[in-house]
Design a protein around this ligand. Structure first.
Ligand SMILES: Cc1cc2nc3c(=O)[nH]c(=O)nc-3n(C[C@H](O)[C@H](O)[C@H](O)COP(=O)(O)OP(=O)(O)OC[C@H]3O[C@@H](n4cnc5c(N)ncnc54)[C@H](O)[C@@H]3O)c2cc1C
Length: 402
């Protein structure tokens, strides 16, 4: 039986505390806030999109960076294992569209209460309001940790301090500093699941479109493609499709993207559609006619971009201008001038290099009784419950194999 210290009382730390205690160890969980799971409380707008009920194969397609690293931990503790755990411990769940799973009470707080109850039964000592200040290592072995209350000797430490997203919740990058102290590599940390700033978005704030396709190309090669809803903001673009794309785009430092506003139609079909709309009322203004097809503000925007006067009569639009408009609808370029910052970010892109971590145990290859789990690692997923599942799976494995 080992004396195990877990640093950070978010989802990864709560799950690691559970599995380590289940394995028979004496476990102490340290959380620097006065309460556990401050970020977890905010998830899913307070409802907690706790995981996604998709298949294993689909799960990995929603992991943006280092999906392969997760194969072993997901096999050891999957989304289905999580659902069984929650059910067995009095926190039943409901599944909604696109496989998203929530606690059936729709309350993230209930997930935290469930863990508090479970950890109490497992005799885990919980120390809130007690930050870990440093980890002591001698001869490639962890000896203990130091908090403002003193030194705690340890046989094994699991670092679950989260990343740098939403720092007001306590995730201020402490784990990276611990890892750096022992020579571990940190991949550059960037805000993930954030909006995109673009000077090409003008006067469209608040407009949302249900189904567009965003694409990033390098020459003719398509680097990224996703279809779904977007939202225009004062600064640029947001909405689920943009947030999901941001993890990929920010890491690749992409400077522009294209949006296909009519992904269900080919360029020619789009041309025919416009032709029909313009021919229907030849003496009406072009603005008026196109409003039958597209939202008013969006028509105004498009016409400005192709330099067509909104008051021009339909029958005066040349074939060339119509084709220009079509091309804009099918592949409208937007510059990427920046991203939302860590205060807005839902996850961190980057973190402790997974090359230096054993994927079967989450142990550091350099210091085997020092483990890392959750967002502190260089792992990130799209929206839909995937990021919490990363925390549950890696946290479980770190605790179970200590
Ligand atoms: C607004 C918002 C909504 C989100 N919604 C969803 C969602 O619905 N579904 C989903 O899958 N993902 C969601 N996410 C992402 C998800 O919350 C994270 O992926 C997840 O919380 C990461 O878990 P973690 O345990 O690794 O880190 P965290 O949740 O960040 O927990 C780390 C904990 O460690 C503590 N800590 C830090 N340093 C120290 C120290 N030195 N000593 C002691 N304690 C320390 C922190 O206070 C914190 O409590 C959302 C994120 C945000 C910001």
């Amino acid at each position: 039986m080992a004396n195990v210290q877990i640093i950070g009382g978010g989802p990864a730390g709560l799950m690691a505390a559970y599995s380590a205690s289940l394995a028979g160890h004496t476990v102490t969980l340290f959380e620097k806030n006065t309460q556990l799971g401050k970020k977890l409380q905010l998830t899913g707008h307070g409802r907690c999109n706790i995981t996604n009920a998709c298949t294993k194969e689909e799960f990995f397609t929603h992991i943006v960076h280092n999906a392969r690293f997760l194969y072993s931990s997901f096999a050891q503790f999957s989304n289905q294992d999580l659902l069984a755990f929650l059910k067995a411990n009095g926190c039943p769940t409901i599944q909604e569209e696109n496989g998203r799973v929530f606690p059936s009470t729709n309350s993230a707080v209930d997930v935290i209460l469930c863990f508090i109850e479970v950890l109490k039964k497992q005799n885990v000592t919980i120390k809130t309001n007690e930050p870990c200040l440093s980890i002591q290592v001698e001869n490639q072995k962890v000896k203990g940790i130091t908090t403002p209350n003193g030194f705690y000797p340890s046989d094994g430490v699991i670092v679950t301090t989260g990343g740098m997203s939403f720092p007001t919740t306590g995730s201020t990058g402490d784990g990276y500093q611990f890892a750096k102290d022992f020579g571990l590599t940190i991949q550059p940390c960037l805000p993930g699941l954030v909006s995109i700033h673009s000077k090409d978005v003008i006067d469209l704030a608040g407009l949302s479109l249900e189904k567009v396709q965003i694409q990033v190309k390098q020459g003719k090669k398509v680097l990224y493609k996703e279809t779904g809803p977007i939202l225009f903001t004062h600064q640029g673009l947001s909405g689920p499709t943009i947030l999901n794309a941001s993890n990929f785009l920010i890491k690749k430092d992409c400077k522009s993207l294209q949006i296909d506003f009519v992904p269900s139609k080919s360029l020619e079909e789009c041309n025919q559609l416009l032709l029909k709309a313009l021919q229907k009322h030849p003496n009406k203004t072009v603005q008026h006619s196109l409003e039958d097809l597209l939202p008013k503000r969006f028509v105004q925007y498009l016409l400005v971009r192709v330099a067509i006067d909104a008051k021009q009569k339909c029958n005066t639009i040349t074939k060339e201008k119509r084709l220009e408009l079509c091309q804009l609808l099918k592949a409208c370029p937007f510059s990427i001038d920046g991203y939302g910052d860590f205060h807005e970010a839902m996850v961190t892109v980057g973190g402790i290099s997974v090359k230096e971590i054993d994927p079967k145990t989450m142990a550091s290859k350099k210091i085997p009784n020092l483990k890392f789990a959750g967002e502190v690692l260089d792992l990130d997923g799209q929206t839909g419950g995937y990021n919490l599942q990363i925390a549950w799976s890696t946290g479980y494995v770190a605790g179970a194999t200590i």
